[in-house]
Design a protein around this ligand. Structure first.
Ligand SMILES: Cc1cc2nc3c(=O)[nH]c(=O)nc-3n(C[C@H](O)[C@H](O)[C@H](O)COP(=O)(O)OP(=O)(O)OC[C@H]3O[C@@H](n4cnc5c(N)ncnc54)[C@H](O)[C@@H]3O)c2cc1C
Length: 472
């Protein structure tokens, strides 16, 4: 008889897991709580008609560089990457911007006195992304296929962003690196914060920081389209309240975080496993704003119009203060803001001549503080007159984010903190496996963690398949 699998949750990791299982010949049902699949990779009219905003992910270096996604014919299902001329821009208070060029030689020239140091840091990995990506996008405690490459990365990866930035002479390069490292949700003097900065710098040169034409939903649509060619079925508006309600499946993969697994697991999970799960730490949340705009953002530094992503926070020290506040469960007065302006490069997402922007800052988990004035003050700092082009805005507090996607616990967008313990063991020492032989967890709360890359789902499904064949 044909084996059957159930995947709970149609986020990028649930869909990746479903595809791996369907590729192996299993019948796969995906049960999704919301009315549309995609989880934090969905695009919606969140402000005005005709303005297509990304509810969650917007910029996709890890999707474009995902070894698993690269193995799928996603372009046949309409996925098209758009690269802005530069991956990221970082405006400064003097009215200029540091721009990270995608081409390494151009980056070397643009970064001047730090150009050589930058190239030395990233070139070995950017030039070997195909070998490097599978090594970093999987559980840390695995046997590497390219031990020298990984060891070379590891030498810097455990450093803090501050330690790495000290290697640069110019404040401009330090500010640029702070913006990259601040994606880690760690303070910039914490170990591992440097690794995130490095990884994002490497992706900027190897695969770029593209946006999908039409928004993040295009990734979801392509994954769903491919899954359906393999016979997989997605049932939306189907929230799973208990694993006990599922029957007839040989294996169940859960694209949920530990807190939800505890709720739906019931007596399918052992008491000791539940104890381990309950120790899982969630990270800070985000406060997000989507804008419908009448014109492009009036940046003081026109260079900011060359990049789909803009890091707003000023100097290394300014960003360090912001991220330190977040780690102390405080709200930064001048928060680091990540901003995306996709319609400069993909006009299909707004009415003719109009634009959208997507912006968020880091806040303590579950925060209820209205950060809108502070977010907009930061944008105005580098783009005076911004508020005059706002046609409409939609604010998402951490609680509102979680209401739209149950995995975003307290506004944590990456499935749990990435401290040293959860970097090594995520969500527990069992990794993707649980105490029930036929139940696995496959969300961003497993290795390699947050981001749209599908690698959590891919590895979890492979683990499940290996066990299924052992059972034969
Ligand atoms: C505001 C924001 C900005 C982001 N920016 C980026 C970015 O620019 N680039 C990037 O790469 N990543 C970004 N991310 C992170 C990225 O979107 C996530 O890490 C990624 O979506 C995780 O995928 P997932 O499948 O693990 O979980 P999710 O995408 O959260 O999907 C989980 C799915 O499971 C469903 N579900 C949960 N519980 C149940 C249940 N009981 N029954 C049925 N279904 C259930 C949910 O409805 C959801 O559809 C961002 C996220 C957010 C929210």
């Amino acid at each position: 008889m044909r084996r059957a699998a159930c995947v709970i949750g149609a986020g990028p990791n649930g869909l990746a897991a479903a595809i791996v299982l369907a590729q192996a010949g299993l019948h796969v049902d995906v049960l999704e709580a919301e009315s549309t699949p995609g989880g934090a990779a969905r695009t919606m009219e969140l402000t005005l008609p005709g303005f297509l905003h990304d509810f969650g992910s917007a910029v996709h270096p890890l999707a474009a560089g995902s070894p698993f996604f690269a193995s799928l014919p996603l372009q046949n299902h309409g996925l098209e990457w758009i690269h802005s001329p530069a991956p990221v821009a970082h405006p400064l208070d003097d009215g200029t911007a540091v721009v990270l060029e995608r081409d390494l030689n151009a980056a070397k020239a643009a970064l001047g006195e730090d150009g050589k140091a930058w190239v030395n840091l990233v070139q070995p990995f950017a030039e070997h992304w195909r070998e490097f990506a599978p090594e970093v996008l999987r559980p840390v405690l695995s046997i590497p296929k390219h031990p020298f490459l990984l060891a070379q990365f590891g030498m810097n990866a455990f450093l803090s962003a501050k330690a790495i930035a000290h290697g640069f002479r110019s404040e401009r390069t330090r500010a640029l690196f702070a913006g990259l490292a601040a994606h880690s949700f760690l303070a910039l003097d914490e170990p591992l914060s440097g690794a995130f900065g490095l990884l994002l710098a490497i992706t900027a040169h190897s695969v770029g920081w593209p946006v999908p034409r039409g928004g993040a939903q295009a990734i979801t649509k392509a994954l769903c389209g491919h899954l359906s060619t393999l016979g997989g079925e997605i049932k939306t508006s189907s929230r799973v309240e208990s694993l006990a309600d599922l029957s007839g499946y040989d294996v169940v993969l859960c694209d949920v975080t530990p807190r939800q697994l505890l709720t739906i697991g019931g007596d399918r999970l052992s008491a000791s496993y539940k104890r381990q799960l309950s120790k899982f730490q969630y990270g800070p949340g985000v406060f997000k704003v989507d804008y419908a705009l009448s014109a492009p953002i009036p940046w003081k530094a026109a260079d900011c119009l060359r990049a789909a992503t803009v890091h707003i926070g000023g100097s290394f020290d300014d960003i360090a203060v912001s991220e330190k506040a977040m780690r102390r469960s405080q709200h930064a007065e001048r928060p680091f803001v990540l901003l995306s302006q996709p319609t400069l490069f993909d006009p299909s997402r707004a009415p003719a001549g109009k634009h959208i922007a997507w912006a968020y800052c880091h806040v303590p988990n579950g925060s209820t503080v209205d950060m809108l004035p502070r977010v907009e003050a930061q944008i105005e700092r580098f783009a005076p007159g911004f508020s005059e082009i706002v046609l409409a805005r939609r604010v998402f507090s951490p609680v509102e984010l979680q209401a739209m996607d149950a995995n975003l616990i307290g506004g944590d967008i990456v499935g749990g903190a990435m401290d040293l313990r959860q970097f090594l063991f995520r969500p527990t020492v069992r990794g993707y496996a649980t105490s029930a032989r036929d139940v696995y967890i496959c969300s961003a709360s497993t290795p390699p963690g947050g981001g749209v890359h599908g690698m959590c789902g891919y590895h979890a499904a492979r683990k499940a398949l290996a066990r299924l064949s052992l059972k034969r």
